[in-house]
Design a protein around this ligand. Sequence first.
Ligand code: ADP
Ligand code: ZN
Length: 200
Amino acid sequence: MKLVFLGPPGAGKGTLAVKATVLLKAPHISTGNIFREAIAAGSPLGVKVKAIIDAGKLVDDGTTIELTRERLGQGDVKDSFILDGFPRTIAQAEALAGFSNIDRVINFDVPDSVVIERLSGRLVCRKCGFNWHKTFNPPEKAGVCGKCGGEIYTREDDRAEAVKKRLDIYREQTAPLIGYYREKGLLTDIDARPQVDAIL
Ligand code: ADP
Ligand code: ZN
């Protein structure tokens, strides 16, 4: 099964993907995670995208498409994957159609108020990527991931200004993908208001 998770930042795509990847035996591919790993490693890609990501803007289509094309060409994702955070523009969706056949696009439907509440309290593990939340799902020991012992931190792009920017960009550039995939008969809507733990 080849799935795309579509939705605004903070909709719970990554959290649900981490759970679904085990059940479906489908590797989880998050372009955001790939970029963050590149930044942490200080690779040329990381150096190129750091300022863009910290500001909450989108990395250019050319770079993102190439990276995804390359990742989807690897053997472990020949039959199934969960693509989380790609495509985010119509140009990316059209490029994706040229190198992969998607079975289903899951649209995470959630109001802005919930997104802002979630992102403003989000804490991320530097090591395993797990998402904690200051109020809804705090780690037992402050600053330490309860899953892997890694260090947890607040993403630069989860600051209020960057969150607003990401929501604006989502509305302008990513939300049109809902109609694009609905027309192709590929879209399934889910109500992403409940916490992911209540969904799966
Ligand atoms: P979110 O929590 O906003 O869903 P992600 O972890 O998916 O965040 O992505 C973090 C950042 O990485 C985005 O704000 C953007 O700068 C960059 N990024 C990730 N995927 C893409 C993409 N498909 N196109 C352009 N930029 C991307
Ligand atoms: Zn961890």
